[in-house]
Design a protein around this ligand. Structure first.
Ligand SMILES: [Zn+2]
Length: 307
């Protein structure tokens, strides 16, 4: 039986935004039980809040972007993966710009920041979701499946027609796979796309310091890769971050092939679309496992009230 956790103290960090190229400051702060993860745009009037919740996804192009009202926050997946991987339920992520800084392109810097202040148990039960049936999505050659399981598993595979990537697979199993196996895996991009993206006003902050860059055949980073299969490890890391947007711990086996932010978000929406797909377990208000409605659980976690 798990208890909810938050970070012990505030920790500050700063870095470049991958797309804006601007310096962005960030503060990770503790939050009360049942709050979930909430982004705050401290640079905007009234410091608007954007809960890390799949219904607030406004774009999945190149990164996951959340929005509520006029406020948006991009590239949320790597910091959310750090919260997920370290088992942090509640926290405030304050950012003074439109995107989370890219840091080294992985989750490692966020993990180190969280580890530097430590975690605090909150003596409240951590609700979770189990699947009652298989839920699957297929989009041309990409597919995503979620199946009933007693713990979170993410089995990812890619098949990239590139001599330095090819077919790769990796399986993360909660409680078995160390999060370190994923946390250091960096984002990657192709040199041929860079010019196009920069013309669109994107990837202005992209460099060999924060992205594994490939030309038509080779990896251009002088230090090479951190893992021989760093690409699929990063894809699984992205999935871990995106699934944090469920707003509740998910115990299910995900099998993802050539998936990305779009498919992750569609799969979450598909799971929640039909209450027959899942059961929410909240042992806080009862000694016995019981089912509560999706709305009740979200209200309890502060996602619906006030927004
Ligand atoms: Zn990523």
């Amino acid at each position: 039986m798990s208890l909810q956790r938050t970070i012990k103290n505030e920790v500050n960090l700063q870095g470049i935004g991958l797309h804006s190229g601007k310096l962005i400051r960030m503060a990770l702060k503790p939050a009360a039980p049942n709050q979930g993860i909430i982004f705050v745009r401290s640079d905007l009037e009234g410091a608007p809040q954007i809960p890390a919740y799949y219904k607030n996804i406004v774009s999945t192009q190149l990164a996951t972007t959340l929005g509520l009202g006029k406020a948006t926050i991009s590239t949320v997946e790597h910091v959310l993966a750090a919260f997920q991987g370290l088992g942090v339920d509640n926290g405030i992520i304050e950012v003074d710009g439109p995107e989370v800084p890219i840091m080294d392109g992985s989750s490692q810097v966020f993990c180190d920041a969280i580890a530097s202040v430590g975690l605090q148990s909150q003596l409240q039960f951590r609700p979770y979701l189990v699947l009652r049936q298989k839920v699957e999505l297929k989009l041309a050659e990409k597919w995503a499946v979620a199946e009933p399981a007693s713990r979170l598993e993410i089995q990812g595979s890619i098949d990239w027609d590139h001599p330095s990537i090819g077919y790769q697979e990796f399986c993360f199993r909660e409680g078995e796979t160390s999060f370190e196996e994923l946390a250091q895996a960096r984002t990657f991009g192709f040199l041929k796309d860079e010019e196009v993206l920069k013309k669109m006003g994107l990837a202005r902050g992209a460099s060999l310091e924060n992205t594994v860059v490939l030309d038509d055949a080779l990896i251009l980073n002088p230090q090479g890769l951190r893992f021989p299969d760093e690409f699929i490890r990063h894809k699984v890391l992205d999935a871990l971050g995106d699934f944090k947007l469920a707003g509740i711990e998910i115990r299910a086996r995900f099998r993802l092939h050539r998936a990305g932010h779009d498919l992750h978000s569609q799969l979450l929406a598909e799971i929640f679309r039909n209450p027959d797909h899942y059961q929410l377990i909240d042992r806080d208000s009862s000694k016995e496992e019981r089912q509560v409605s999706g709305l009740q659980a979200m209200l309890a976690r502060g996602f619906v009230a006030g927004f």
